[in-house]
Design a protein around this ligand. Structure first.
Ligand SMILES: [Zn+2]
Length: 812
């Protein structure tokens, strides 16, 4: 699964990420009965948002003989139960269905239970945590066709234990079952489920029954049903169907969004040594989805954010990593499944690392390393140092879906890969997948697979990283002995003592000398001789450790680092440091040089940070920026260059900005619009007014920027629609800050419409994302709005405070 919301907690209110431990030991659910096969016949009641179902479940005792089966069945109305075709006794509680088998069955005897029922997802209140009471498994979107802006759809979300909201099962990730589903829907709808569509039968009452079947076993939480009207784009990979289901409007760009899927199938099949093991691969985009995406076996659902326009896609396909993530789950998660939620990382760290592996393969190590750097920062800013990767004391299973299971876990895999080497790493993955296929595993199985392949004892690695917490924290000092021509590098572990390989690069005029050392103590010193004073000493030079390294470096060191050190992060870190020292000419010149960096991310950073208002001759810099604004092949670089020219407020650039408005790239259009506004307000406004509502919404960021500059109060309701997403869901700190400013502007204003929209948005997001504690953030923010209003001189403040309080009451 990919959570779009997790970033919110990570980026803004770190405090809420804390207190994620409890004293309850979360044991793996005891296996009493093994599921074997699940056959369902379902039809939907759109009027009541319920589902009528019949289930045939084949099962057998795991080891000990038993005369009953306990199924998870949440908020079901049960009408009839049979065992091997004979009517059977049963009792059901809110969440369980206990069936009397009539006699003892031994482990070699399979039996079939039949249940006729109605699933009532709206009545589900999952016990144990109020925080997930919205986890109702089966979702009806605009079922009565009341909302003209929404298509009618049905989709399911099984993870973590919500499949039992729509069919009786043993809802545990350690269970595996094959499946058949007969779905009866009004004829106009398409259906999607796991496995192969075997038949479609038109019924006399205007409905159609689709029959889906998957012979391979998978976990109950991976079951999926989707119903709706879609455009379907079909491809094949190795004779298997690969298709993308999108809303009609996005049919022409579906290939730009999902088109790399066949290449990914090739790549992941090759590196794991296991060809894609399932019948087909479908991806569907659906409305109001509760998360980012979900790896339902052969039937992946994506949130509507996946649907991007051509103008956004030429800048960057923001969904490519998610597409890779869900696909890699089909090996790690679907083929071999985490035995318990405590071991979730054997699903999520791999899916997250799958993103790195794909980027490395498709675009090279530098692009992949940029992703790794961002991944690392998500973990560092999450405030989760105290949490183990494998955790048996989580307060609720939904809390396992965090920056530790995903981000930190993927970096740990990266470190493991570096430690054992590429060949051993991928061979070990093959052993892990082969030994546990169509079954489940915990972190120990992973260790055993790596030990089997490498012959190494890896308990230390797993104890340190899987069953321990925190990360490496180093303080580095250098001591130069100019008499002996030696430098001593002292490395202190500031917090916990970890053991790990460390690379120290010593750069002199003659080049780089690489030293690989092993760290295992609180403090180490390494002495190196040199013939001339080193230009730079780079500790942790491979940039592949989960480490915070504190080291003092001079401006000269950083300039040298920018020019000579070898990793993307070296360059990024150098430019970030140097951007604050541009009053020195040599630094400014380095910034100018960085405008032509081979990496567009570095170019954009240099453009965003370059100080064109300092005392140095900036002619050559401006020449370069003009060139980039018109000629750069990267639309993101072009857009950043236009933004810089815009800040110069020089009318001679008006034609450049006007040309930018005709670009395909949203980034170029957006920055051109803001730049044009600075030199020719009327022309910019005229352009905005010519845009459709949809285009305006797609350009919300630059438009908000413009309206803030203009202090145009009439636009507050427009801004208020985007302000919370901008503050909490966007990962770009400058955009977050811009919306933070817009939020304050709305909070202080007397604009009732804008305040109402923001208050409603808080309620909506607070309720939807309660499991990520967004309700607490929303309550805090609404209280702040009340305080701001009370202090204001607004004549209608009593009324505005009442509006906000009403919203607040819905969250308390
Ligand atoms: Zn995932």
């Amino acid at each position: 699964m990919v959570n779009k919301i997790s970033f919110l907690v990570l980026f803004f209110y770190v405090a809420f990420a804390q207190s994620q431990e409890s004293n309850v030991y979360r044991a793996t659910k005891e296996t009493v009965t093994n599921l074997e096969h699940t056959k369902l016949k379902v039809s939907f009641n759109f009027e009541n948002s319920t589902m009528d179902g019949e289930a045939w479940i084949t099962a057998s005792p795991h080891f000990y003989a038993t005369d009953k089966i306990i199924l998870d069945a949440k908020s079901f109305k049960v009408y009839e139960v049979k065992v091997n075709n004979s009517v059977a006794g049963f009792s059901n509680t809110e969440n369980k269905l206990i069936i009397d088998l009539g006699r003892q069955f031994t482990k070699s005897e399979s039996y079939e239970v039949y249940v006729k029922y109605t699933a009532q997802p709206e009545k589900v209140t999952q016990q144990g945590s109020a925080a997930i009471k919205d986890a109702k498994g089966l979702y009806f979107i605009d079922p009565k066709e009341e909302d003209p802006n929404k298509p009618t759809q049905i989709w399911t979300q099984g993870e973590t234990e919500s499949s039992s909201c729509w069919f009786p099962t043993i809802d545990a990730p350690s269970q595996k079952t094959s499946q058949e589903i007969y779905m009866t829907v009004p004829s106009k709808f398409m259906t999607l489920s796991n496995g192969t569509l075997i038949s479609e039968k038109e019924n006399e009452d205007g409905t159609r029954t689709d029959y889906w079947k998957m012979d391979q076993k998978h976990a109950p939480y991976l079951f999926f049903m989707g119903v709706g009207e879609f455009s379907e784009i079909k491809e094949t990979w190795n004779g298997k169907e690969v298709n993308y289901l999108v809303e009609k409007e996005y049919e022409s760009v579906a290939n730009d969004i999902f088109g790399k899927t066949p290449q990914m199938l090739d790549f992941y099949s090759k590196i794991t040594g296991i060809p894609y093991p399932w019948d087909k691969y479908s991806q569907v985009v659906m409305r109001d989805y509760v998360s980012g995406a979900m790896e339902n076996t052969t039937a992946v659902i994506h949130a509507e954010d996946a649907q991007q326009t051509k103008g956004q896609l030429v800048d960057k396909n923001n969904w490519e990593n998610t597409i890779a993530h869900e696909l890699f789950h089909h090996w790690f998660g679907d083929l071999v499944t985490a035995e318990s939620w405590s071991n979730l990382t054997v699903n999520e760290s791999f899916a997250t690392y799958g993103e790195y592996l794909w980027l490395e393969h498709a675009y090279g190590k530098e692009i992949a390393d940029e992703h790794l750097y961002k991944t690392m920062n998500v973990y560092f800013s999450s405030g989760s140092e105290a949490l183990d990767l494998v955790r048996f004391n989580y307060p609720h299973r939904e809390k396992m879906f965090d920056a530790v299971s995903y981000h930190k876990g993927s970096i740990i895999l990266h470190m493991l890969r570096r430690y054992v080497g590429d060949a051993a790493f991928f061979a070990s993955l093959n052993v892990y997948l082969t030994d546990n296929k169509y079954g489940s595993a915990e972190a120990h199985q992973l260790r055993l697979a790596f030990e089997k392949v490498t012959g190494k004892d890896l308990n230390w690695f797993f104890n340190q990283w899987y069953f321990g917490n925190g990360h490496i924290q180093l303080k580095v000092d250098y001591d130069y002995n100019t008499l002996n021509k030696t430098v001593t590098v002292t490395i202190k572990q500031e917090d916990k003592v970890f053991q790990f390989p460390l690379t120290i690069d010593v750069y002199t005029k003659k080049g780089k000398e690489r030293n690989d050392v092993w760290i295992q103590d609180k403090e180490h010193s390494f002495t190196y001789s040199y013939s001339e004073l080193p230009k730079l000493i780079q500790v942790g030079a491979r940039r592949d450790l989960l480490a915070k390294i504190t080291v003092k470096k001079s401006v000269d060191n950083y300039i040298f680092q920018y020019k000579h050190a070898e990793n993307f992060v070296d360059k990024l870190e150098a430019i970030e440091f140097l951007s604050k020292k541009q009053d020195q000419k040599i630094v400014f010149n380095t910034m100018v040089a960085a405008l032509n960096d081979a990496n567009p991310t570095i170019q954009v950073l240099a453009l965003n940070e370059i100080d064109l208002f300092n005392k140095y001759n900036k002619k050559s810099a401006i020449k370069k920026i003009e060139f980039l604004a018109t000629q750069s092949k990267s639309t993101l670089v072009k857009a950043a260059a236009i933004q810089v020219l815009g800040k110069l407020t020089n009318p001679m650039y008006t034609p450049v900005f006007k040309r930018g408005l005709d670009a395909v790239s949203f980034a170029v259009i957006g920055k051109s619009l803001v730049a044009l506004y600075r030199v020719d307000k009327d022309a910019a406004i005229e352009k905005v007014n010519s845009l459709s509502e949809k285009q305006q919404s797609d350009l919300a960021d630059p438009l908000t920027n413009m309206y803030i500059m203009a202090q145009d109060k009439t636009k507050l309701p427009f801004i208020s629609k985007y302000v919370l997403e901008g503050m909490f869901l966007n990962q770009d700190p400058t955009i977050q800050a811009k919306y933070g400013e817009a939020f304050m502007w709305i909070a202080e204003s007397d604009n009732g419409e804008a305040i109402q929209i923001v208050a409603d948005k808080f309620v909506e997001l607070g309720t939807t994302y309660k499991k990520y504690n967004f309700d607490k953030i929303a309550i805090n923010m609404l209280n702040r709005m009340i305080q701001i209003q009370q202090k204001s001189a607004n004549t209608n403040k009593t009324e505005l405070v009442r509006t906000i309080k009403l919203a607040l009451s819905k969250l308390l």
